[in-house]
Design a protein around this ligand. Structure first.
Ligand code: GUN
Length: 300
C-alpha cells in the first residue's frame, strides 16, 4: 500500500489566519470594532512564555489588539481574579486567555470560572463545556476544534465513522469526543486504564492521539487507511548528544506506512491551535457587539 498523505497544518492554519484577517477587517471597517485578545501569563515557565509570545505575534498580524498581562509567579489568586474582573468589564477586550498551567497555589478551576463565558476563547468555562456537551452554541476549545477542521478537510462528512480519542483531558480529549459525536461519529474514549488499546485503535477510521506519551501509538495497531491526528508534542533526546527533538504521541515512521493520512509533529495540529484561538476571538467580538459576520460563524 502507498504511504499516507501528510496533512499540512502549517498551510491550513495559514489559510485560516488569512480568513480571520478578512473578518477582522470587516469588523473594523464596517462596524468600528477591533477584536481584542487579552493573554494572561503567571510566572516564568519557558514553554508558556513561547506560547504567549506566539499568540501575541499572530493576533497583531491579523489586525487585532493584543493585551498582554505578565504577572509574577507569587501573584495571589485574589490579584489574578481582580485582573480578570477588570478584563471581563473592559469593552476593548473580547477574548481572555489565562495560560495554563498556573502556579500550584492558585485554583485553576476557580480562575477559569471567573472568566465571563462570552470572552472565554479557550472554551474551558463550565458554561461552554456544558454548551458543547448539550449541543448549544458556546466557545469550542481551540486544539480539538483545529483537529476537527483538519479531519473535515481530509474526509468531508464524518457521519458514521468510528473515531477513537486516546486521552481524556479537559483541554483536548473530552471536548474532542463531544465534537466528533456532534459530527455523528461513533466515539470511543481510551485512556491509561483502557484494556487492549491496540485492539480498540484497530477498529477506528479516525485516531486522535492526545496522551502525552512519546511515540506510544504504533503503526501496526492502526486500521489500514485510517486518518491519524497527532496532538502530542513531546521533547525527547535527539541522536546528537545534548540535542532534543519534538515527537508526537504516534510513532510516525511506522504509522505513515499504514494510515491513509496523518498529521506530522511539528507542523500538524500545533499551528491550528493559535489559528482557532484567533477565530474564536473574532467570533466573540462579533457576538459581544451583536454583529452578524459575512458567512456567519461557519467559515471555520
Ligand atoms: N496550556 C496548554 N494548552 C493550553 C491552551 O489551549 N489554553 C491555555 N489557556 N493554556 C494552555
Amino acid at each position: 500500500m502507498s504511504e499516507a498523505k501528510i496533512i499540512d497544518g502549517n498551510l491550513f492554519s495559514e489559510r485560516l489566519r488569512q480568513t480571520v484577517a478578512e473578518r477582522v477587517r470587516e469588523l473594523r471597517v464596517d462596524h468600528h470594532v477591533t477584536p481584542g485578545l487579552a493573554v494572561v501569563l503567571v510566572g516564568e515557565d519557558p514553554a508558556s512564555q513561547v506560547y504567549v509570545r506566539n499568540k501575541r505575534k499572530r493576533a497583531v498580524e491579523v489586525g487585532m489588539n493584543s493585551f498582554e498581562h505578565t504577572l509574577a509567579a507569587d501573584t495571589t489568586e485574589h490579584e489574578l481574579l481582580t485582573l480578570i474582573a477588570g478584563l471581563n468589564d473592559d469593552p476593548a477586550v473580547h477574548g481572555i486567555l489565562v495560560q495554563l498551567p498556573l502556579p500550584t497555589h492558585i485554583d485553576e478551576q476557580k480562575v477559569i470560572a471567573a472568566i465571563r463565558p462570552e470572552k472565554d476563547v479557550d472554551g474551558f468555562h463550565p458554561w461552554n463545556v456544558g454548551m458543547l456537551a448539550s449541543g448549544g452554541v458556546g466557545m469550542v476549545p481551540c486544539t480539538p476544534f483545529g483537529c476537527l477542521l483538519l479531519l473535515k478537510d481530509q474526509l468531508g462528512s464524518l457521519t458514521g465513522l468510528k473515531a477513537i480519542v486516546v486521552g481524556r483531558s479537559n483541554i483536548v480529549g473530552k471536548p474532542m469526543a463531544h465534537l466528533l459525536l456532534r459530527e455523528s461519529c461513533t466515539v470511543t474514549i481510551a485512556h491509561s486504564r483502557t484494556r487492549d488499546l491496540p485492539a480498540e485503535i484497530g477498529q477506528a477510521d479516525i485516531v486522535i492521539a492526545a496522551v502525552g506519551r512519546p511515540e506510544m501509538i504504533k503503526g501496526e495497531w492502526l486500521k489500514p487507511g485510517a486518518t491519524v491526528i497527532d496532538v502530542g508534542i513531546n521533547r525527547v533526546p535527539a541522536a546528537e548528544p545534548g540535542k532534543t527533538r519534538l515527537v508526537g504521541d504516534v510513532d510516525f515512521a511506522s504509522a505513515k506506512a499504514v494510515a491513509g493520512a496523518i498529521t506530522p509533529v511539528p507542523g500538524g495540529v500545533g499551528p491550528m491551535t493559535i489559528a482557532c484561538l484567533l477565530r474564536n476571538t473574532v467570533v466573540a467580538a462579533a457576538r459581544l457587539n451583536r454583529v452578524a459576520l459575512a458567512g456567519g460563524e461557519d467559515w471555520a
